[in-house]
Design a protein around this ligand. Structure first.
Ligand code: TYD
Length: 207
């Protein structure tokens, strides 16, 4: 059986990823593709438990190394239990965030060494890499307005604005570093206009 496709979705908090992921799922299903939707951190029973630990607003004393290792642990379990088996049997996996989030949040955001993050995640990824990544480009200011309109924030969202600015700048750097893989989508437009850009890429991928 042919290998499937591994698509990852990235963007700052409040970039509108969730809405677009649902539209992507119905678009691909409409084309007869088998689609598996998942998210990071989470996507398995164990990874969701790790997620609750990482994002708990009460965990203010959590160190950067602990945080980075917990994200990698949740990822290792998701790769082994969900992503790898699905891609190997020909399905399209759409994952809301993946290792690029660790580069931008723990690396550019927290200042951790990108090489250390890459080394740790090499073990977690077990040879898996996204075929294509959609980056929903929304400035941190617009994203903040969208977030505060929603109820409740987690430990990462509670970070100060300069952290979110570094994360955003980190994404921009990744787009320049991996122009083949990462497709930047202007996420500041209406839902329909944003999806039009995504659909253009999806058409080519599933042709
Ligand atoms: P979530 O509520 O899923 O945010 P969003 O809806 O914006 O994706 O929370 C995930 C948070 O974890 C988000 O703030 C980004 C952060 N994160 C990291 O810092 N490193 C990582 O490796 C991953 C996967 C997420």
């Amino acid at each position: 059986m042919d290998k499937g496709l591994f698509i990852t979705i990235e963007g700052t908090d409040g970039s509108g990823k969730t809405t677009q992921i649902k539209l992507m799922e119905s678009f691909l299903k409409g084309k007869g593709c088998e689609v598996v939707l998942t998210r990071e951190p989470g996507g398995t029973v164990i990874s969701e438990k790790i997620r609750a630990l990482i994002l708990d607003p009460a965990g203010t004393e959590m160190g950067s190394v602990t945080e980075m290792l917990l994200y990698a642990s949740a990822r290792a379990q998701l790769v082994a239990e969900v992503i790898k088996p699905a891609v190997l049997c020909g399905k399209i996996v759409i994952c809301d965030r993946f290792v690029d989030s660790s580069y931008v949040y723990q690396g550019f955001g927290r200042g951790m060494d990108l090489k250390v993050i890459a080394d740790i995640n090499r073990v977690a990824l077990d040879g898996i890499a996204p075929d294509v990544t959609f980056f929903f480009d929304v400035s941190p200011e617009i994203a903040l307005k969208r977030r505060t309109a929603a109820t409740g924030t987690d430990r990462i969202e509670n970070e100060k604005m300069d952290f979110h600015m570094r994360v955003y700048a980190g994404y921009k750097k990744l787009v320049l570093m991996y122009p083949e893989r990462i497709k930047a989508i202007d996420g500041s437009r209406s839902v329909e206009e944003v999806f039009k850009q995504v659909a253009g890429h999806l058409e080519l991928l599933v042709e």
